[in-house]
Design a protein around this ligand. Structure first.
Ligand code: ATR
Length: 276
């Protein structure tokens, strides 16, 4: 019998990561030849040493989370297009003596969206991305593939310009004053900033009373389940979604890369995660 495939997530902090719940749910359901998916605390200062140890101890794949995605990118021998463009790796595969890296965040974002939503609010539509950090790179990469007309607003506008240059994407870089003037023209508004992660944060980047009714609002944050951003969208009767399905989508793509098997039963998983 083949050895059980070993996988885990590394990052810091790692205690609250939901990835073990997701992957172990699928490993059980799919009845595949895999060991229990672990979570391992690794800080940036120990990244290289820890990675070598994990490879030596027989790991087949790792998910990489904050703050290690850029470090993982620089350790890879082979990279997929999504990793090269976003300069970020969230999934590692060790095979043939090489480190392979991909970034499944863009496809995870795409998988989280309903087909009708993409047709109605994204494809050839005006999409506003708030933020220009690592998550914004994944979202802009994915939106560009869906033929969105992209505008980006970030507190530090140079970072938005750099993001476009790295991705090779054409987007309007907005200043604070442009946002107010243009708010009523957007069909899709996505928050990728970390503003709202802490329940005491208020995300006031948008005046939701100016947003048109047919617009769709998305926040990558899934904990809290309804961020202040989504609460404001709700109060203005707008349709909205949090980042839980993107979290599941990026995990599903990693699972497929490692196990060559489509993860089963996502509705059951969503309700399981929503109860946590
Ligand atoms: P992630 O990997 O989750 O995207 P990140 O790369 O650290 O995290 O990016 C965080 C994003 O949230 C950035 O766009 C950051 O803006 P700056 O580039 O100006 O730092 C944004 N952000 C964080 N705190 C913010 C705040 N209080 N107001 C506005 N934007 C904020």
């Amino acid at each position: 019998m083949n050895e059980l495939k070993k996988t885990a997530v590394i990052g810091q902090p790692i205690e609250h990561s939901l990835s073990p719940v997701i992957h172990n749910f699928w490993i059980k359901k799919a009845n595949i030849n895999a060991a229990s998916y672990e979570k391992i605390e690794v800080g940036p200062e120990n990244f290289n040493r820890s990675l070598d140890k994990l490879i030596d101890s027989g790991y087949y794949g790792l998910n990489v989370t904050v703050p290690l995605k850029e470090l993982a990118f620089s350790r890879c021998d082979e990279l997929t297009e999504s990793a090269k463009k976003t300069k970020s790796v969230n999934t590692l595969i060790f095979k043939g003596g090489k480190i392979h890296g991909t970034n499944t965040d863009p496809v995870g974002f795409e998988m989280s969206l309903h087909k009708e939503l993409v047709e109605k609010n994204i494809n050839a539509k005006r999409c506003l991305v708030l933020g220009a950090g690592g998550s914004a790179r994944a979202v802009v990469f994915a939106l560009d593939k869906m033929f969105a007309e992209i505008s980006i607003f970030n507190r530090t506008s140079e970072k938005a310009a750099q993001l476009c240059e790295d991705l090779g994407v054409t987007a309007a870089i907005l200043e604070k004053k442009d946002i107010k003037q243009q708010t009523n023209s957007f069909d899709f508004i996505v928050n990728t900033t970390s503003l709202g992660l802490s329940p005491s944060d208020t995300n006031n980047l948008i005046d939701f009373s100016l947003v048109q009714q047919k617009a769709f609002v998305y926040d990558l944050i899934y904990s809290p389940k309804e961020s202040s951003f989504l609460q404001q969208a709700k109060a203005n009767n707008l349709n909205f979604q949090n980042g839980l399905k993107m979290l599941i989508g990026q995990a599903a793509a990693a699972f497929y890369v490692w196990h060559n098997s489509e993860p089963p039963n996502n509705e059951e998983l969503v309700s399981l995660l929503e109860k946590l």
